[in-house]
Design a binder for this molecule. Structure first.
Ligand code: IVH
Length: 694
């Protein structure tokens, strides 16, 4: 083969032959690297092959092969990255914004771990770490060899960025012999402040895109489809957690960090083991003052319970651990002028006022819109068009208008009047008594609501249809291609029409149809969330899926619950976490003929998977409904409930015929009596412990 020939000197037939040979050779190395853990060539030789391939492709674009190695990392027309299902979900963190909030968090932890609550002298060590403003990734090692890098994605599935991660210098490719066979190291990829400035200077000189802040630069660099670009970007890494491990490596979080450091992972030097709340808060103050001196952006502090046995007992609530919390720094503020106030109409018809601002930089990001929340807030702050206002932005929250700078108000200014009709469809917009939001009554005729509902339907935590963003949804609606959710699954019939639209081509339509097809099978909880019932977020959708198990069971229960006082109504409001107002919205949703049609129409297009209770082994309480009453000696109520749920049980607040077990603690009252009356099986604390440990 003519590998010595410079690509530009290759004849077309030579190029074709060499591209074929390279595709085969690189595929072979990929296989031996990923699946056999047995690389035959060095990384730099491998990279040289890949580079040779892309250099030739750049000169002979007509001969790029369907199985080209550059497509696997995604060239210009690539379908993007392939998906990785995380062995353990990548979680997010709850936030606190003040010292008091933090003290409350600690109290909550101590209450949950009953023995710490009973004896305040038992210490609760915390590890305090800077919250790095980058993006999290998971690095998987098998037998000490790096095999896969994945982004967080939605927490359950991320993107395979292995090839790009390999170009980073800041982490080890191989580990010492004493590491567990499977080891996932998680941490943050970020760009240092000085690297960021240098990169932007170089980009500007080359007439390339300038990044708004180091976080965007890091994310943009890691998610490059062409890994040779990533290789040129100065990315850094801090390790701060584990994912799947085949054997424990320490007993404390601090111990994990020490191990990781000894294996060559960069860990953050500021990280401190704190014996008590006072030293935690002192750490916060020190870093809040000192953060400007760090060469990387941080947006707060993360505190983690040090003992791993405590962490295991504390577990998770929806997607965040109970054993860790982020303490955010105060919001950054700036002053600017309101050019206009627009009203946005959400999927449930809520009218939200948005201030259009003269663009201003706040905390490294250019802000040109800020929320004004609702009608009352505008009145309370007396916000007017033309006003100079203070805005603030904290972390990833939507920027807000804080206050008006009164002495800068123009003499001609007039109070703002909130519209009483929907700006999109002209229907009346009404405010129910006791509500702060004004809502468009247009329902199905309001185009804005229809658009927002469909955007929600395809969004990341719902159907997650790749390549179908808000703009596409708007385009398809205005072209009359879709009007209800199920239409999305009939889009394939319009493939030709779409490919003729501006911005679309044969390949991109093919990709879109493929990603729609991929979503024809969906879990019940995602499905419920996607329907966009008011007040039904991800956590509530999950509760419903867990309670009812299948679409059929859920739907008929919601219909039956229409009659207050019915058994179905009782069951619904008895779900811990679902109050009467959410119950009303659910009943209302299914009471509406149109919604039932939408659901049935979708059902015909989809396979909706029944809710699978988490892997509970052969627990005797899986699928059972339990009630806890009275106080337990050895375990807090919170821990008992979490334990029961992790074994697949449903925990209810009150005793009914449907209750399988009532666990009776000390001083139990009416619930114990009711259990007796109904003949429900009662368990003592000891019996419960045997079940829970079984
Ligand atoms: S721990 C189970 N530690 O913050 C705990 N996260 O808001 C999972 N982050 O997605 C995360 N610095 O991208 C942890 N020292 C740190 C962190 C950190 C930054 C990010 C991370 C995560 C997000 C959660």
């Amino acid at each position: 083969m003519s590998r010595e020939t410079a690509p530009e000197n290759l004849m077309p037939l030579e190029a074709i032959a060499e591209l074929e040979a390279l595709a085969k050779e690189i595929a072979k190395h990929d296989l031996s690297y990923h699946q056999k853990d047995d690389p035959e060539i060095s990384d730099s030789d491998y990279d040289a092959l890949k580079k040779r391939n892309s250099d030739i492709e750049a000169l002979f674009p007509d001969y790029i092969r369907d199985d080209s190695p550059s497509k696997r990392v995604g060239a210009a027309v690539a379908t993007g990255f392939s998906k990785v299902t995380h062995a353990l979900p990548m979680l997010s963190l709850g936030n606190v914004f003040s010292e008091d909030d933090y003290r409350e968090f600690v109290d909550g932890v101590r209450r949950f771990l009953k023995e710490l609550h009973d004896d305040p002298a038992v210490p609760l060590e915390m590890v305090a770490e800077p919250k790095i403003d980058g993006l999290s990734i998971s690095l998987r090692y098998e037998k000490g060899i790096f095999v896969q890098g994945a982004t967080r994605g939605d927490g359950a599935t991320g993107e395979d960025v292995t090839t790009n991660v390999r170009t980073m210098k800041d982490f080890p490719e191989t580990l010492p012999d004493d590491v567990p066979d499977v080891l996932e190291v998680r941490g943050e990829v970020y760009m240092s402040g000085s690297d960021f400035l240098a990169l932007n200077a170089a980009q500007e000189k080359a007439g390339q895109k300038i990044f708004a802040n180091p976080r965007n630069a890091a994310a943009g660099s890691l998610r490059q489809l062409d890994s040779s670009i990533t290789a040129k970007r100065p990315l850094s890494f801090f390790a701060y957690a584990l994912g799947e491990v085949s054997a424990p490596i320490a007993e404390t979080h601090w111990g994990i960090l020490e191990k990781l450091k000894s294996w060559g992972f960069p860990t953050n030097d500021e990280t401190t083991l704190c014996a008590d709340t006072e030293s935690v808060l002192a750490f916060y103050d020190r870093l809040n003052t000192g953060r400007a001196g760090l060469d990387y952006d941080i947006d707060g502090i993360v505190y983690k319970v040090n003992r791993l046995d405590y962490q295991a007992r504390l577990g998770f609530v929806s997607r965040a651990p109970r054993w860790a919390i982020a303490h955010k720094f105060p919001a950054e503020k700036a002053t600017t002028v309101i050019n206009a106030i627009d009203i946005q109409v959400g999927r449930t018809g809520a009218l939200t006022p948005v201030a259009r601002l003269a663009p201003v930089t706040v905390g490294g990001v250019v802000v040109s819109n800020a929320t004004l929340h609702n009608e009352d807030e505008i009145v309370r702050k007396d916000v007017r068009i033309g006003d100079t206002v203070v805005i603030q932005r904290a972390g990833d929250v939507i920027p807000q208008v804080v206050e008006v700078v009164a002495d800068k108000r123009p003499a001609t200014s007039e109070p703002y009047f909130f519209p009483e009709t929907c700006p999109e469809c002209g229907s009346h917009a009404v405010r129910e008594e006791g509500e702060v939001v004004r809502r468009c009554t247009g329902g199905l005729v309001c185009p804005a609501q229809a658009v927002e509902r469909l955007k929600h339907f395809v969004s990341r935590n719902a159907f997650d249809i790749e390549g179908m963003g808000g703009k596409h949804v708007e385009g398809f609606i205005s072209d009359g291609l879709i009007s209800s959710p199920a239409d999305i699954f009939r889009l394939a019939a319009h493939a030709d029409a779409i490919s003729k639209k501006e911005g679309w081509g044969g390949k991109s339509v093919e990709n879109l149809i493929a990603s729609i097809e991929e979503r024809r099978t969906i879990s019940l909880d995602r499905f419920i969330y996607a329907l966009g019932v008011p007040q039904v977020g991800q956590a509530t959708a999950r509760l419903l899926a867990r309670q009812y198990g299948s679409l059929d069971a859920w739907r008929s229960a919601m219909r039956d619950a229409k009659i207050h006082g019915s058994e179905a109504f009782g069951d619904l409001t008895n779900i811990d976490g679902i109050g009467p107002s959410v119950a009303e919205d659910l009943i209302e949703f299914f009471n509406e003929e149109h919604n039932r049609v939408v659901v049935a129409d979708l059902e015909a297009q989809l396979t909706i998977k029944d809710f699978i209770t988490p892997d509970t082994g052969s627990s005797p309480i899986a699928g059972k409904t339990m009630v806890f009453t009275g106080s337990l000696e050895t375990m807090s109520r919170g821990e008992a409930k979490a334990r029961a749920e992790s074994l697949g049980a449903k925990v209810a607040g009150s005793v009914s015929k449907k209750t399988d077990y009532v666990v009776i603690g000390a001083d139990a009252g009416s619930k114990a009596r009711r259990a007796g009356e109904l003949g429900v099986t009662c368990l003592s604390e000891q019996e419960w412990l045997e079940l829970a440990e079984g």
